[in-house]
Design a protein around this ligand. Structure first.
Ligand code: MN9
Length: 305
């Protein structure tokens, strides 16, 4: 099986109401907003969308809402990772049933996965739930604690998982990412997951990226990618520096709760995050808004920029 995720995929937020319940009525507006901003795909129920904090029934409902709203316009990738592999497999089957384009799963993380053989077996079990869909392993060691060598893992896993086509790589080790892109004449579609290092990844051969800040600043990153393609490295670097400053500003607060507040400032009120993520205060939001204003964020986050 072959598949490519090119361009910018937004790791979507899960809209919640103040009481913590799902607010799926907002999803069509989110999808319209992201499409206008230049995003080409949606990564649903990942870290950004708090997939691991939702019940399986909620995860199904979120996936259905996004897939329905995006169908025919944006590629949809449903993250189905779960500490129960049986549950993950069922979520994968559900994603296939509702017409998602791709599935992806992070490693189980309560019991630590200690070997690439073990990880390959986990992936085989999950991916077999949606045998017709391309599967991307979600490498995010900072959250799962699974930091196994992906260059060794991918070829082994592909022997047991016919629909394994690639990986979402969220770690700053660009050399390992590049080595994975080069494996076997480029047979694995490796997609970059650290927004603040997109330019380094492009220089190493990345063609696609999945990340949280593509929700709020896709026009900036589009410009970065276009400049890179045209060989205008000064402009590409200028865009990346703006992204680094933006992420640094947001990172002074609890990151994803603050990101949701930035989306609210852009007109999409997707509510707070769920526990165990904390709340941000009104004072923090005001400060963040001023910091983002100083950076020109409210100019370069607009689709017409
Ligand atoms: O995987 C995101 N990682 C986490 C994607 O949420 C841990 C990234 O998109 C980061 O949020 C982004 C900002 O640090 O690079």
């Amino acid at each position: 099986m072959e598949y490519h995720l090119t361009g910018l995929t937004a790791a979507t937020y899960t809209p919640l109401r103040e009481d913590g319940s799902l607010n799926l009525e907002l999803v069509p507006a989110m999808v319209d907003f992201l499409e206008r901003a230049g995003v080409t795909g949606l990564y649903i129920c990942g870290s950004t969308g708090e997939g691991m904090s939702l019940s399986s029934a909620e995860r199904r409902a979120v996936a259905e809402a996004y897939v329905r709203a995006a169908q025919g316009r944006l590629q949809t990738i449903v993250q189905v990772g779960h500490n129960s592999l049986a549950e993950a497999r069922e979520l994968a089957a559900h994603a296939q049933e509702i017409g998602a384009d791709v599935i992806s799963a992070a490693a189980p993380s309560y019991f630590k996965v200690g070997s690439i053989e073990n990880l390959a077996n986990c992936v085989a079990e999950v991916a077999s739930g949606a045998p017709k869909l391309p599967f991307y392993y979600y490498h995010i060691p900072v959250l799962t604690g699974v930091a196994l060598d992906t260059e060794e893992f991918l070829p082994l896993a592909a022997e047991r998982t016919p629909n394994l086509v690639g990986m979402k790589y969220t770690a700053p080790t660009v050399f390992e990412f590049q080595a994975c892109l080069e494996l076997d004449g480029g047979r694995f579609d490796c997609v970059w997951g650290c927004d603040e290092m997109l330019l380094s990844a492009l220089a190493s051969g990345a063609r696609g990226a999945i990340g949280s800040t593509y929700n709020i600043a896709a026009p900036l990153y589009r410009r970065l990618m276009d400049a890179f393609e045209q060989g205008d490295l000064d402009e590409a670097r200028r865009c990346q520096v703006l992204s680094i400053k933006m992420i640094r500003a947001i990172n002074r607060y609890p990151f994803h709760p603050a990101m949701k507040q930035v989306l609210k400032l852009l007109g999409l009120d997707c509510g707070p995050c769920r526990l165990p993520l904390p709340l941000v205060t009104a004072g923090q939001v005001e400060r963040l808004q001023r910091e983002l204003e100083t950076l020109g964020f409210f100019e370069w986050s607009r689709p017409e920029w």
